[in-house]
Every structure is written in structure tokens, then in C-alpha cells.
Design a protein around this ligand. Structure first.
Ligand SMILES: *Cc1c(COP(=O)(O)O)cnc(C)c1O
Length: 492
């Protein structure tokens, strides 16, 4: 058995009487614990369907599966799908057989337009792009959500549970989630977007999906208004009691798990385990870069993870100086990073801070009250061991776009922020910037910065000729909750 079996059982023994250690069947029982220490431990199926933990925390695996250098070297011959099966199997445990997991991965990644799924593109002797935007909706969110849609369907099959997904989006999550669950049995999705404040491509990718289980709502308000409405519905006992609510934002563990795969896939292609690359990650909610941290904790040699932010730089300040304090959001050309509170950062604070759920719950309560906190020394040192960070302004972003354009590569604004941070850091190792969106998704911003209007990829097809369908609602709890209640399927 692999080392992670020992690690897992080492932890588990303290809390649970298990039969003799390291029998494969026991090791397969991967369990998840909440960052706030009060919610029940869950297996993979339940953690996937639940999203947020009942104590307000986020679920993380009880222990990180471990991969040896030999096991990593052996991945050099594997396709993306086979890499995904290897990397995710220990997290899935006995919730799916290996054959079932392979079948789901084959389906999910069969919809990507590149045979490598997430290809590496070389920029110069030092820099690479890891292109994560070859999925159906042109942003990296597809990598996780295509799989999550299939996992939902798989876990609901044969039950009477009907999931009601309610979410708010500034564009990319909504389009990827809708594509992933459209037409799937036992699921309805209600997606709120701020009316007139998402790009035309993003809106059409949501509103032209006419499957009867897809419900688009344009809110007369901002993204923050939309998100506050979603929170209010989850927290309203009457509303939440009537439906089986589920979340598709990156608080869902299964999403992060699917993103760990491409760190392995890319690093192995650059020579891991002998080579330890740097990854520069355009960061908003800290989901994507936390997946990189998970890969590092699983034994993948990673020299450093660079958290690249735009001028909304709370994460840069937190990592550079331990100051985690939220201000007002400044709208930028990279809207998926226009964020002040990064929900997944709590997962790092937990793992880096000795996994003390009670202490973290206290710390987070303080933050929720004052919108500011200091990292503890342990948290700061834990973060400093793996992360660097940088803040990229509009001029630096545009400069990175023009540098890449010299090699005939058009970057989207988010990717350009990652590349700018990678170029400034240059840590003497292969530097991989995560290319999180196709430039066509943000073509106005790209044109403003470079003078070149990106071409629509063929797989967008007739997006601009298709019929749109959505409802426009005022940003009030009464209007939105009544609208959803009328259309959703109540608990059995
Ligand atoms: C969501 C998104 C990000 C930020 O990812 P996080 O996981 O929230 O840090 C960056 N770029 C693009 C294009 C995105 O859609």
C-alpha cells in the first residue's frame, strides 16, 4: 500500500476504531473534515453533494494522499484522463470504482477541443503557459465543472433526491456550471448574474442554454447583490428547508480536486520529479492556487506557487505581510479576480495553521465582524513555505499582453496578470503561468490593451445567432426566492 494509507490511518486511529491498519479497503475510506471543526466527517459522495460544511467551514481531506517520486515519474506515459484517474482515486475512495471514475473522466474531458486537454505552450527558454481554456465555455472552470456535473448525476442516480443548485456569477462559473448540468436528471440550476455587467459572450453562454432545468436570472443590481441574495436563501430556514440546495462555486471540494490534476500533468511534462517548476496563478477565490498547494502537499515537486492578484490585492497583502483585511472592490479588466474575500483562503489557514478548527472558527468570526484579521505566525510561515505573491496593475497587465503578442499569442486579462507576476519573479526554474480563459471571452478588454480583437474559436459555433432566455428580477429576497420556489422541486 502507498504511504498515504499510513498517513490517513495515522490520523484516523485517534478518532475512530478501525480494523487492522492499512488494509486497502480501509485506506479507501477517505474522509473529509470541516475547517471549523464542528461539522460531521463526510465521505466523498456526501462532501460532493454538500458543498459548504454545516458549521460554516469548508471541507478538506483528513490527510493528503502521498505520491512517491517513482509514482510521479511513472505518470510521464499517461494521458490526461489516466493522470486524472491516478491523482483523484485516493480522494474518491470507495465512492466510485476506478472504472467508474475513468468513465466519468473520459466523458468530461472528451468535450475538450485539444487532445492534451490542458496543453503546455512554450513562450521562451523560461516561460510556459498551461492552457486551461479548451473546454466548452472557454475558461478553466470547465475542467472542474464538467466533472462535477457528472459526479452529481452519478451520485443522484437511483435516489429520489432532487438537487436545486442556486448560484451567483460574475460570468465564468455560471456559464461553466450551466453547460455542465444542462439536461441532467435530478438537478435544477438557478443562476443569478448582474444584469448588463457580464460580457456578451459570458451572458450568451448562459442564456442560450434552453434546457428546461436551466433557469437564468438577471438581477437588477451588482454581483455582490446577487451573491448576498444567494447567501440569504441558503441561510433562510424556511426556504432552505423546502429544497435540497447545493453549491457549485469553488467551496465545493470536488472542484478543487479536479484542478489538482493539471499541476501533476504539467509538472511531469516539464521533467518532474527531477524538475520542480514554479506555477503563477491568476487568483480570485484562491481555489485554483489551493489546488496547486494540494499537489505540493501530495509530493509533487513545486518550487513555488505565485499568487497573482490585480489591484484587488487582499491575498497579496495577506501572503506578503500577514494582513488579511478587505476593502472595496475596484472593477478591473479581469473581473473574475475582482474579489475582496477569498473563500478558499480559509482552507490554507486551516492546513498551514496546525488544523485547529476551534481556533480557526474563532479567527473567522472575528474576520466576519471586522473584515480584517492578522495571520498567526504559524499560518504566515506555513504560507511562506509554498507561496509568493504579487499585485499587477492595468499597465503591467497590458505590457504582458503586448510581450506575448510579439510571439503571436493573444492572452486574456487574467492570464496576462499571471504572466506579469511570473516574469517579475523569475525564480530560476521553469515558470508555468496558468492561462485561465480564452482571450475571446474578454475580447473588448483585450482589444483595448493590445489593439487586436481576438477571433472567436470555432467551438463557439452560432452562439451569437441562438435564442436567449432569462428572467429579469429586482435584487430583493422576496422576488428572487418566490421566483425560484415556484420553479424548483421540493424535497421528497
Ligand atoms: C475564476 C477565474 C479566476 C480565479 O480563480 P480562483 O480559483 O477563484 O482563484 C481567474 N481567471 C479566470 C478567467 C477565472 O474564470
Amino acid at each position: 500500500m502507498t504511504d498515504w494509507c499510513e498517513a490517513l490511518l495515522g490520523d484516523a486511529k485517534a478518532t475512530l476504531a478501525l480494523p487492522p491498519p492499512c488494509h486497502p479497503a480501509n485506506a479507501r475510506r477517505m474522509r473529509y473534515q470541516s475547517t471549523r471543526g464542528q461539522a460531521p466527517l463526510l465521505g466523498f459522495r456526501d462532501v460532493t453533494l454538500a458543498g459548504l460544511a454545516s458549521d460554516g467551514g469548508l471541507y478538506v481531506p483528513e490527510a493528503w494522499p502521498q505520491f512517491t517520486p517513482d509514482q510521479i515519474a511513472a505518470m510521464a506515459d499517461l494521458s490526461y484522463v489516466e493522470t486524472a484517474v491516478r491523482v483523484m482515486q485516493p480522494f474518491v475512495g470507495d465512492a466510485l470504482t476506478e472504472a467508474e471514475l475513468r468513465e466519468l473522466c473520459t466523458q468530461a474531458y472528451g468535450r475538450f477541443s485539444h487532445a492534451a486537454v490542458t496543453p503546455l505552450v512554450q513562450l521562451d527558454h523560461r516561460h510556459w503557459l498551461l492552457e486551461l481554456f479548451h473546454g466548452p465555455t472557454l475558461a478553466f472552470k470547465d475542467v472542474a465543472l464538467q466533472l462535477l456535473g457528472l459526479l452529481f448525476e452519478k451520485f443522484l442516480t437511483g435516489t429520489t433526491t432532487h438537487l436545486t443548485i442556486v448560484g451567483a456569477t460574475s460570468g465564468d462559473t455560471g456559464s461553466a456550471a450551466i453547460d455542465a448540468v444542462a439536461g441532467r436528471h435530478g438537478i435544477d440550476i438557478f443562476m443569478l448574474h448582474p444584469k448588463g455587467r457580464v460580457s456578451d459572450v459570458q451572458r450568451r453562454q448562459m442564456t442560450t442554454v434552453l434546457a428546461p432545468n436551466v433557469h437564468n436570472i438577471a438581477i437588477e443590481g451588482s454581483f455582490d447583490d446577487a451573491q448576498a441574495l444567494v447567501k440569504a436563501m441558503f441561510n433562510d430556514p424556511d426556504f432552505a428547508g423546502r429544497f435540497t440546495l447545493s453549491a457549485v462555486n469553488s467551496i465545493n471540494w470536488a472542484r478543487l480536486m479536479a484542478q489538482i490534476v493539471y499541476y501533476f500533468y504539467a509538472a511531469v511534462r516539464l521533467g518532474a520529479p527531477q524538475v520542480a517548476p514554479v506555477f503563477a496563478v491568476p487568483t480570485g477565490n484562491f481555489g485554483d492556487v489551493f489546488a496547486g498547494y494540494a499537489a505540493a502537499r501530495m509530493g509533487l515537486p513545486i518550487r513555488r506557487l505565485i499568487v497573482a492578484t490585480n489591484v484587488n490585492d487582499i491575498l497579496h497583502r495577506a501572503i506578503a505581510s500577514g494582513d488579511y483585511s478587505a476593502g472595496d472592490v475596484t472593477p478591473t479588466a479581469a473581473p473574475s479576480m475582482d474579489i475582496q474575500v477569498s473563500s478558499n483562503f480559509e482552507r490554507l489557514l486551516f492546513d498551514a495553521g496546525a488544523r485547529d478548527g476551534a481556533a480557526l472558527a474563532e479567527q473567522m468570526r472575528g474576520f466576519e465582524a471586522s473584515k480584517a484579521m492578522r495571520l498567526t505566525n504559524a499560518q504566515q510561515q506555513g504560507a511562506a513555505r509554498w507561496f509568493a505573491s504579487d499585485r499587477i496593475d492595468a499597465a503591467e497587465m497590458a505590457q504582458a499582453m503586448r510581450w506575448a503578442a510579439d510571439s503571436d499569442l493573444i492572452l486574456d486579462p487574467h492570464t496576462a496578470i499571471g504572466l506579469a507576476a511570473a516574469r517579475r519573479a523569475d525564480l530560476g526554474a521553469p515558470m508555468v503561468t496558468l492561462a485561465t480563459a480564452h482571450p475571446a471571452k474578454f475580447r473588448d478588454a483585450v482589444e483595448r490593451a493590445t489593439g487586436t480583437r481576438p477571433r472567436m474559436p470555432n467551438r463557439i459555433g452560432d452562439l451569437f445567432d441562438r435564442e436567449e432566455r432569462y428572467d429579469v428580477l429586482p435584487a430583493t429576497f422576496e422576488a428572487v426566492s418566490a421566483h425560484i420556489a415556484e420553479r424548483a422541486t421540493p424535497r421528497g
